[in-house]
Design a protein around this ligand. Structure first.
Ligand code: NAP
Ligand code: ZN
Length: 348
């Protein structure tokens, strides 16, 4: 076994604290990664605090992992020592179902194995995430990070980046398309940068007027403050796609649906702990679609990392030390993050 250090939640209501545990001895196709940086996703907070109701403890959160390969098993062919690599939200899947075979492993019919707060495919060994100094992962679930992207800035791409890239890609974002991003947080700000690079006209729909300047600097063409109800009339029936990244269910969804064109789609990626309230009428009246999307496949995550390296897309980050994690959680909840916290795991 490989000794590991990390930061763990021991219950839904206590702060995260230092924790020592063990990673598995690498198997033939495993890569050992020295973790350098790990982003803080709002999903980490939902799970550390058991807001989705399936948390088990002790839990080392973290699924925006960037590091360097230090060891490879004898069967590894894709990676060598010294490679810059990333690990995202899942570390395994069944590999046999039609979705896994079609490179849609995020939708594995047997359920993918989450990077933390889950069990390995042996159904016994608990997974632990990236708020730690080392991780052992099968090479098929590891992505290569171009040395053009510094590792601290690469980390948030592994969840925030791919969670927006995948629906933008699936719903064919490109020139001539009017795209709305609801919520300018960790996910939302990546959506702005990626949709802009794909050539779309990008609108931010935000409840924080103070983020206007940042949104425009990031590449949004327009900033629509959602407290100003006139925006919903002015832009009615005009959007091709809207992506909802908001972490709260406190939203008047009919207002956002009214912005969609005939047949256009609103995709929820935000995963609040309470249900959204939705009336079918705005969907019925303009044959609009309401959809969801979860992260992206391993193949698509690699494609997104290469796209970001090629287009010079990186997140806006604030690097913190491991002992600042609890304070960072509080700041995320107060909407006081510009725009992703990244933990320097070398300071553990
Ligand atoms: P975040 O950085 O906290 O951003 C969330 C944004 O939502 C905030 O910046 C804010 O934007 C908006 N918001 C927050 N509270 C609000 C409220 N009461 N009313 C209206 N808007 C509010 O979180 P994140 O890391 O981007 O994650 C966002 C959500 O996506 C979380 O629920 C997370 O679990 C989920 N998620 C889903 C996937 C997936 O695969 N589907 C992947 C990762 C994360 P404004 O200030 O601009 O309004
Ligand atoms: Zn995440």
């Amino acid at each position: 076994m490989i000794p590991a250090k990390g930061i763990a939640a021991h219950s839904s209501s206590t702060p995260l604290v230092p924790y020592t545990f063990e990673r598995r001895e690498p198997m033939a196709n495993d890569v050992v990664i020295d973790i350098k940086f790990c982003g803080i996703c709002h999903s980490d907070i939902h799970q550390a605090r058991n807001e989705w109701g399936h948390s088990s403890y002790p839990m080392v959160p973290g699924h925006e992992i960037a590091g360097i390969v230090t060891r490879v098993g004898p069967g590894v062919s894709k990676y060598t020592i010294g490679d810059h690599v990333g690990v995202g939200c899942f570390v395994d899947s069944c590999r046999e179902c039609e979705h896994c075979k079609a490179a849609l492993d995020q939708y594995c019919l047997q359920g993918h194995t989450q990077t933390y707060n889950d069990v390995e495919r042996d159904r016994k060994t608990r997974t632990q995430g990236g708020y730690s100094n080392v991780i052992v992962v099968n090479e098929d679930y590891v992505m290569k990070i171009s040395k053009k992207i510094p590792l601290d800035k690469a980390a948030p791409l592994l969840c925030a980046g791919i969670t927006l890239y995948s629906p933008l890609n699936h719903w064919k974002t490109g020139p001539g398309k009017k795209i709305g991003i609801m919520g300018l947080g960790g996910l939302g700000h990546m959506g702005v940068k990626i949709a802009r690079a794909m050539g779309a006209e990008v609108f931010v729909l935000s409840h924080s007027e103070k983020k206007r300047e940042d949104a425009i600097k990031m590449g949004a063409h327009h900033f629509l403050p959602t407290h100003d109800k006139s925006i919903f009339q002015k832009h009615a029936n005009s959007f091709d796609l809207i992506i909802n990244t908001v972490s709260s269910a406190d939203l008047l969804m009919h207002e956002y649906f009214s912005l969609l064109k005939l047949d256009a789609t609103l995709v929820s990626v935000g995963a609040p702990d309470k249900p959204l309230s939705i009336s079918p009428f705005p969907l019925i009246l303009m044959r609009r679609n309401y959809a969801g999307s979860v992260i992206g496949s391993i193949k698509e995550t690699q494609e997104m990392l290469d796209f970001c390296a090629e287009h010079g897309i990186t997140p806006e980050i604030e690097v913190i030390k491991p002992d600042q994690v609890n304070e960072a959680y509080d700041r995320v909840l107060k909407n006081d993050v510009r725009y992703r916290f990244v933990i320097d795991m070398t300071k553990l």
